[in-house]
Design a protein around this ligand. Structure first.
Ligand SMILES: [Zn+2]
Length: 384
């Protein structure tokens, strides 16, 4: 049965061109059987069985969060507080979450993940990726990926997150690229290639083994330093290279001539008090950029895409339109998907904002303007 959402103050969808939005004011959108079947000016809207009045509100595509770590035990608020008091962030802090994850039950991990997925819906995210990476042994990585797959198709094996305490780096890399990979099921394979995590040589080993096993590659890179990970990501046709805090001109040139999306994670710089990457500069250079939450208990415990957009606009050189493009179509491209747009034939994944236009996402930071979230036409969140 068709439903027409009418009198929409502003209806927004990303354009093909990087960073540009198509905006219709006084709009309507028709949803039938989970798909968008019509959109345009409200004056021209076709008659529908059901009509919903959205006077004064804005409709945007559901956000696509292409980078999250939702399966974990414990939390690290004390570490955050001490870091804010001056202690430096190091990749090894992950090991404390590894201990908590290994000692959690499957039910605890599943319930924690389910709670965070509800938060994603409340923040307007309708497509999301979930990584493993807090098990770092065969049994817990396998379990983490099984739990992730209960919530999303975009499941990423991140056995190479850090070297677990007590292991030797090359031995552990061999385990990840060998027995661990053989034991797990996932769509994507990821490596944290950076100082204190895995070298370019080790990352290559894990990613090529993953590709040989039928997984598609993506990478964490250039968060803490630049050890040459971008060249590897582009060479292996990674769908996305994530963080990109430290890029040189050669990296920018490589990304420009690739199908690899640069995914920026403002929550990580915010929560580790690190310099922000200049995403607007990348987009202006013609690079497809995604914004993602990086939701994880150590370095970015936010599930709010609106927060990421606000920071991107305030501190990362993005225009509002570029930031929204990156949080929708950019995220979809980072998952090699076609979500993140509203057009005839697209999935009816959309968000209603309590706002007259999309600028409010950055203009009203920290204010709950996400009113309703729809996944394939079905309401999965409504703010009371
Ligand atoms: Zn991450």
């Amino acid at each position: 049965m068709a439903t027409c959402y009418r009198n929409i103050a502003t209806l927004v969808s990303p354009a093909e061109a990087i960073g540009e939005l198509t905006v219709i004011t006084d709009a309507a959108i028709v949803v039938d059987d989970g798909q968008v079947t019509w959109l345009g000016k409200d004056l021209d809207a076709p008659a529908c069985e059901t009509e919903v009045d959205l006077t004064g509100k804005t409709v945007i595509p559901g956000f696509v969060d292409s980078h999250s770590h939702l399966v974990f035990g414990g939390e690290r608020s004390e570490e955050f507080a001490s870091r804010m008091a001056g202690k430096k962030y190091e990749a090894g802090g992950i090991n404390s979450t590894v201990s908590a994850t290994r000692s959690a039950t499957a039910e605890e991990l599943r319930a924690n993940t389910a709670g965070l997925v509800q938060e994603l819906f409340a923040s307007g995210i309708t497509t999301f990726e979930i990584k493993s990476g807090y098990g770092l042994d065969i049994e817990t990585e396998k379990l983490s990926l099984e739990i992730a797959s209960e919530f999303t198709e975009e499941v990423t094996f991140l056995g190479a997150h850090v070297v677990p305490a007590g292991s030797e780096s090359d031995d552990y890399t061999d385990l990840v690229a060998g027995k661990m990979l053989e034991s797990i099921t996932a769509k994507w394979v990821d490596v944290f290639c950076d100082t204190g995590a895995f070298s370019v040589v080790q990352a290559r080993k894990v990613l090529t083994a993953g590709i040989a096993a039928g997984l598609k590659p993506r990478m964490h890179a250039n968060q803490l330093s630049n050890i040459g990970a971008i060249a590897l990501a582009v060479e292996l046709d990674c769908a996305s290279v994530d963080h990109c805090t430290f890029l040189d001109d050669n990296d920018i040139e490589l990304l420009k001539n690739s199908n690899t999306v640069a995914t920026l994670l403002p929550g990580a710089e915010f929560s580790t008090r690190s310099p922000y990457p200049q995403g607007g500069k990348l987009m202006n250079a013609g690079i497809a950029v995604a914004l993602a939450t990086d939701c994880n208990p150590g370095s970015s415990f936010t599930s709010s895409m609106a927060f990421c957009i606000a920071v991107a606009v305030r501190d990362m050189g993005f225009s509002v339109d570029q930031a929204i493009w990156a949080a929708t179509k950019g995220g979809a491209m980072a998952l090699r998907g076609n979500q993140g747009v509203l057009e005839v034939g697209s999935r009816a994944d959309f968000v209603v904002l309590d706002a007259p236009n999309h600028i409010y996402l950055a203009y009203r930071p920290g204010v709950a303007i996400i009113s309703q979230t729809f996944l394939q036409g079905r309401k999965v969140f409504e703010r009371r």
